[in-house]
Write a protein that binds this ligand. Structure first.
Ligand SMILES: [Cu+2]
Length: 177
């Protein structure tokens, strides 16, 4: 009978100590994440950027597989950047339209994407978030293309297709140096 009382006491003690250990781990990893984020914002290193040619003229293709053919763009800051988007697919604009939206540094993609999804009247360019956008093309149907020109300062800029459901996979980064 005695053992039955000892075992629950042990289990209780173990769960108490493991709980404490778990909390320690959690707070440590939270600290690491915070440090990593602030480092990223400062240094703005994008893996693989050293393999990308530096050019201020780019052509990007969007296709029926909901993909951009280019996900990393390297440009010279302070000089005009010219980007042409081509929709090389054949599916109708209503189901597989594409655009190219350059966002300012620090814009939250899921937040912007959700607002864009609700902006069908303005081809998924949310009027409420115009201040988050550096430049954007028109929404393109099959075979169409559009060109945008903009000048940016040094930094890392996300770009997406803001057609509903696309920004999760149709996205990339422009590094201006
Ligand atoms: Cu798209």
């Amino acid at each position: 009978m005695k053992k039955i009382f000892i075992i629950p006491a042990l289990v209780f003690a173990i769960s108490l100590s493991s709980c404490g250990g778990g909390n320690d781990t959690k707070s440590t990893s939270t600290d690491n994440t915070a440090t990593k984020e602030s480092t990223d914002a400062g240094a703005e290193t994008v893996p693989g950027i050293e393999n990308i040619e530096l050019s201020n003229t780019w052509t990007v293709e969007g296709n029926d597989q909901m993909k951009f053919d280019t996900e990393l763009i390297r440009v010279k800051a302070g000089e005009p950047v010219e980007i042409t988007l081509k929709n090389v697919g054949t599916m109708p604009k209503e189901s597989m339209g594409h655009n190219f939206v350059v966002l300012k540094p620090g814009v939250d993609l899921p937040t912007f994407g959700a607002e864009a999804t609700g902006a069908a009247d303005s081809e998924y360019i949310p009027k409420s978030s115009l201040s988050s956008i550096v430049a954007h093309t028109k929404l393109l149907g099959p075979g169409e293309e559009d060109k945008i020109t903009f000048t940016i300062e040094k930094g890392v800029y996300d770009y997406i297709c803001s057609f509903p459901g696309h920004y999760g996979v149709m996205k990339g980064k422009i590094v201006a140096e």
